[in-house]
Each structure stands twice: as structure tokens, then as C-alpha cells.
Design a binder for this molecule. Sequence first.
Ligand code: SF4
Ligand code: SF4
Length: 139
Amino acid sequence: MRGMRKTPCSIHKNVLHMLKLLSLELIISMTYVVTENCIRCKYQDCVSVCPVDCFYEGETMLVIDPDQCIDCGVCEIECPAEAIIADTVPGAEKWIELNRNYAHIWPNITQKGAVPADADDWLKTPNKYETYFNKESNG
Ligand code: SF4
Ligand code: SF4
């Protein structure tokens, strides 16, 4: 069809549109979540560094509210149990759902409390979710 050549202006608009979609995608999809490595360890080093206080505490583990997390990543490197992962890690889907569910049920934790006396004993235990996860909140 005649007259359908792209002008510099329409190309500019298309590029802007693509950038908007890309940034929207990043905003929607990025968060960090806590996995089963936290169960019965609960060192809480993550709580002290989170700038938006988005950790919630269950009896045996903590979770992150994925809707509050600003994706800064500082908690990930602080966790001695390597329990915190980005939502882009393969297999993270299950943990995103669990984190979101319990963040709406358990109380917010903003300061590091007492660490379980036997935390180190649980550090290398695999597959803790099946046997040791407790859906009760802490307190
Ligand atoms: S630092 Fe790691 S193990 Fe400790 S409470 Fe946070 S996520 Fe759990
Ligand atoms: S990534 Fe940042 S904002 Fe998200 S939970 Fe960790 S410390 Fe908090």
C-alpha cells in the first residue's frame, strides 16, 4: 500500500512503546523470595537489611511479600542459608506462591529476633519443606 512507509516519528513511537512494555515487564516480574533452606534456620540477617520491611514471620521460616519487594537484592547475599532466590530462578514459582500466601497471613517482622539455638544443625538438611514446614505464624 502506498503511503505506509515508516517515518522517523513513527519509528520513535514504536521504540518508546517497546521500552514501556519492557520496563512494565521488569516491574511486574522481579522479586526475591524465601525458600525451604530457611526452615528451622531463621537467622533473620535478611530482616535487618531490607529497606522496605517486607519480611513476614512464620514459626519455622520467613517469607517475603513479592508485591512489596523492590528487588534490591541485598537480602540474598546476607542469608547464611542461601535461602533467598530471585523469581527468575528455575523452580521459583512454588516459592513465589507460598511467599505471597503467607505474607498475607503471618505478622510483619522488621527487627532481628532470637535465632533458634539449633539453627546451624539444620543448615545442610535437604527437602525441609515436606517434613518441617509449619503454617502457623510465630506467636
Ligand atoms: S537470613 Fe535466610 S535463613 Fe535467615 S531468616 Fe532470612 S531467609 Fe531465613
Ligand atoms: S530484595 Fe530488597 S526489598 Fe526485596 S526482600 Fe530483599 S531486601 Fe527486601
